[in-house]
Design a protein around this ligand. Structure first.
Ligand code: DMJ
Length: 580
């Protein structure tokens, strides 16, 4: 710079340096107050969404399972999940109050103890499982059993939610009764459970022996918790036995298929991925490790996770592959896969989580919601699976990523999700599913997971105060279970997770991320590794262009020093501009 100009600018530079800390501090506090105002505004908005869905359910559908918001009527969908038609249900069947059970933990998170207590008392006095209804074991486990077990724990924790003497473990009694009705399903030559069971009469004659991987491998959290709470070891025992059997059926590549036969223990569908039919199997391995502190779950998860990263991942996407060969089969994004970044946050693989989450959000923005299936090779929606049934997975991953990084960008994602839901799915009688994301034609169904998960994760994204002082993990249906040391097996003293998975990106930049129980950043874990090997923070997402030029914020990545999202300046460069 010309020395004359520099001389001229000196007093201004000194003045700037003197006042810049106060500019910095005041802009930081403005930013903070702006963010907290946004948090409040958005959490209020989500609260309203929850009650719009809940109140309409209570008015038009309760005690049946789910609300049909467009016709303001109901469906007993728990028995319909799968293929069973309503006409097959007995006349007297009035549902399992599924949406009410699914709403219990959300009511607690929203601080509505009065309604929670009212609901618990109603269920205690009226809910019965002694009904001639054929139900899907997996769905009934994650929704009803998980809802009851979680609510029982919330009802008995130290917050004294109940008027003295009104709660006497009624929800646990219901859960035990339901769990006992599940047991005959496990009576197969392999110990793998039937997918369907009649609550009153057990396994029906000529019942199908076909089930899914998630149907056998996503029972351990609820059944394990039930055993720990009741002292009856049978529930955990059968679930663990099934999980071990399933794991023993993996291929030499450590991959599992999607469907199998419970009588023969043979795979039916060898192609699989991280979406439908398999998703929660992976989720429950890592969450079971967190909840029960058992190394066996960690070992299974570790091998399974590495196999997923090796055979299914392509850049930031996950395709499907044949479990026997690892060869790609279907190049499709499915809406359920959007839970995966949330699991990756749990293991500290934030860079990979970030990249995948961005891709899902990109598709969300393209349509306004996520289509059930999107053909990656044609960049188009699947011709028949064009629906969006109010699924929670993208909101769930957004919540986890925000918790791990505190990057305000995830709140923007949450805001976009909330706005889309209100714009496209809200009707007078609740929230409707979308039948076709290309036309936004609606479907008359408000799934119970909208209250158990979608609203819960969105709310917690903007207001996580209900979690302060608690150490919960969430079941696949969003029901919180506390992580308590009493339930933990003692881990060996040498337990140090040391597994690293590298991220391949187009520019070949070498990155390494931690697969451990640590959350971002991973630098702490570097000690003990070869110091010549450069290991970056797991949060780091490089800018799109090497010279850091950008056209929009989308071209900028995540800063490696503080895990914050970089933005595009007016001059067209990526940086932490928000904070200057
Ligand atoms: C939920 O019932 C659970 O999250 C399940 O694991 C699969 N996904 C649905 C909601 O999309």
């Amino acid at each position: 710079m010309n020395p004359y100009i520099l001389n001229y600018l000196k007093p201004f530079i000194v003045l700037f340096l003197l006042i810049s800390p106060s500019i910095f501090i005041s802009s930081m506090s403005e930013l903070d107050s702006g963010l907290s105002a946004k948090r409040k505004r958005m959490s209020d908005k989500v609260r309203k969404m929850f009650y719009h869905a809940y109140d309409n359910y209570m008015t038009y559908a309760f005690p049946h399972d789910e609300l049909k918001p467009m016709t303001k009527s109901f469906t007993d969908s728990l028995s319909e999940l799968g293929n069973l038609k309503l006409e097959n249900l007995p006349q007297e069947y009035s549902g399992s109050a599924l949406t009410l059970v699914e709403s219990l933990s959300s009511l607690v998170i929203l601080g509505n103890n009065t309604e929670f207590e009212r609901a618990v008392i109603w269920l205690s006095e009226n809910l019965t499982f002694d009904v001639d209804a054929r139900i899907n074991l997996f769905e009934c486990n994650i929704r009803l059993l998980g809802g009851l077990v979680s609510a029982h724990i919330l009802a008995t924790d130290s917050t004294n939610r109940f008027i003295e003497g009104t709660y006497n473990n009624q929800l646990l009694d219901l859960a035990r009764d339901l769990g006992q009705r599940f047991l005959p399903a496990f009576d197969t030559p392999t110990g793998l459970p039937y997918a369907w069971i009649n609550l009153k009469y057990g396994v029906m004659e000529n019942e199908t022996t076909e089930t899914s991987t998630s149907g056998c491998g996503s029972l351990i959290l609820e059944m394990g918790a039930l055993s720990r709470l009741t002292g009856d070891a049978r529930f955990e025992h059968v679930a663990l036995h099934a999980l071990r059997k399933l794991w023993a059926m993996r291929s030499s590549l450590n991959l599992v298929g999607t469907t199998l036969d419970v009588a023969t223990g043979e795979w039916i569908e060898h192609s699989s991925g991280i979406g439908a039919g398999v998703d929660s199997f992976y989720e429950y391995l890592i969450k079971a490790h967190i909840l029960f502190g058992k190394e066996e779950y960690w070992r299974m998860f570790q091998s399974a996770y590495l196999a997923v990263q090796k055979y299914f991942r392509y850049g930031s996407w996950y395709h499907e592959a044949d479990m026997r060969t690892g060869r790609a089969t279907y190049w499709q994004l499915t809406s359920l896969q959007a839970f995966w970044p949330g699991v990756q946050v749990l293991v500290g693989d934030l860079a990979a989580a970030n990249l995948t989450h961005r891709e899902f959000f990109h598709v969300w923005k393209k349509f306004g919601v996520l289509p059930e299936r999107y053909l990656l090779d044609h960049q188009t929606v699947h011709p028949t699976e064009k629906y969006y049934p109010l699924r929670p997975e993208l909101a769930e991953s957004t919540y986890y990523l925000y918790q791990a990084t505190k990057d305000p960008w995830y709140m923007e994602v949450g805001e976009a999700i909330v706005n889309s839901l209100n714009l496209h799915t809200k009707v007078e009688g609740g929230f409707a599913s979308i039948r076709d994301v290309t036309t936004m034609q609606l479907e008359d169904h408000q799934h119970s997971f909208f209250l158990a998960e979608t609203c819960k994760y969105l709310y917690l994204l903007f207001d996580d105060s209900p979690l302060i002082g608690h150490n919960y993990i969430f079941t696949t249906e969003g029901h919180p279970l506390p992580v308590i040391s009493d339930w933990h097996e003692r881990l060996p003293d040498t337990y140090i997770p040391r597994n690293w998975t590298s991220i391949k990106i187009a520019t070949q930049k070498k990155q390494t991320s931690a697969m451990s129980m640590q959350v971002c950043p991973a630098n702490l874990l570097n000690s003990g590794h070869d110091s010549r090997q450069h290991i970056e923070s797991v949060c780091h997402v490089p800018d799109t262009y090497d010279d850091h030029r950008c056209l929009s914020d989308d071209d900028c990545g995540i800063d490696s020093t503080n895990c914050r999202r970089r933005s595009c300046s007016m001059a067209g460069y990526c940086g932490l501009w928000l904070f200057i």
